[in-house]
Design a protein. Structure first.
Length: 86
């Protein structure tokens, strides 16, 4: 289980103002400060984006809209001790 006051999972949009999700995730992964899984969440479906996410170290890649069953799948896969609430 994650430490108190820590996030269990980051859903990272790839296209954001100021700093995009690629750059933000690279900083998170390079910091070694935590092992929080980062999932790319985007409306883009290009193989180039998927490859770039792989290279940076995203833990998974999902396209919008993210439906509840997909979110449940991610939580079960990436968050140790996650238990569905219904």
């Amino acid at each position: 289980a994650p430490a108190p006051n820590m996030y269990s999972l980051i859903l990272m949009d790839l296209r954001m103002p100021v700093m995009d999700g690629f750059e933000a995730t690279k900083i998170i992964k390079d910091s070694n400060a935590c092992n929080i899984p980062v999932v790319a969440l985007t409306g883009e479906t290009s193989e180039e984006n998927r490859q770039r996410c792989n290279e940076i170290g995203f833990d998974d890649y999902k396209t919008k809209p993210l439906k509840r069953p997909q979110l449940e799948e991610l939580l079960n896969k990436l968050v140790p001790g996650y238990v569905s609430v219904g």
